[in-house]
Design a protein around this ligand. Sequence first.
Ligand code: APR
Length: 312
Amino acid sequence: MANRKKIGLIGAGNIGGELARLCANKELGDVFLFDIPAKENFAKGKALDLEQNGAILGYDSHVRGTANWADLEGADVLIVTAGIPRKPGQSRDDLVAVNLPIIRDVATNAKKHCPNAFVIVISNPLDAMVYEYKRVTGCPKGMITGMAGVLDSARFQLFLAREAGVSVKDVRAMVLGGHGDDMVPVLSMTTINGIPVSNFIAKDKLQSIVERTRKGGGEIVNLMGTSAYYAPATAAVAMAEAYLLDQKRLLACATYLEGEYGYKDLFMGVPAVIGGKGVEKIVEIPLSDEEKGMLAKSAASVQSIVDVCKKS
Ligand code: APR
């Protein structure tokens, strides 16, 4: 196992299990599915099920369940889903009180055992949790990011594709800002293979797609009674793969800002290049005045939750 990459998945729940399945299936490395001691056997069971899955699908990745941080020693990538998901009627921000001590626990242990890992946080409220992770670990800004923009962009792309009657593969769109109800789907940059989306979809319909995207997570929570896990896991694995394979993917990622887009000391979704050095570059794109206003509103929402964390 020594020559393979080591992937630590912190949280062996719905997203954690799907992350493990994808990482193993793609043979990105050996997978360690970590959970609290009360869920250790659950994590071990999922891991065994996934290793047996490899005998059918033909992958050789090792998958291990554990509740021991020492097993994660030297991980190359950590993906953090530890925490409680939303229930119907809850906003992501409602999770802060319960998920804040969890992310602090994870960050404290990760700092000790996996100081060089590229870290992708998924736990909500996302932008505040990734901020807290960086604050506790003090890790370099390029080695820590949050997964939200890839998922929100995927939701936006799907709704646009269905409305325009084109393949989702041909929709180019990004959602920036915080992972909350005032996220910013960037219409000014949205195209169907380079053709402005306004050629395909009327303005009022576009606006309703923007609104549906903003509430895209809640729509699924209301249907399932818990939060989404397939697309969130796929989105995070795309980011992990970009790092492990040095792909230089340009993705919307929750990234630590130091003046970019006019914001400082804040994590928020912006276009960024992920390659072998982690988040290698933040790309600044021109936004319309309306989009700048929406980004400011979203940043203020993120800051208010970060302030709650700082006081706790
Ligand atoms: N360390 C490790 N794992 C933990 C810890 C901890 N300190 N605390 C809780 N967990 C584990 C839980 O035991 C559970 O198995 O995190 C797992 C979370 O799994 P689910 O409840 O199935 O939640 P999931 O749907 O995977 O979502 C996880 O991601 O999208 C966000 O809002 C979502 O914050 C939630 C997170």
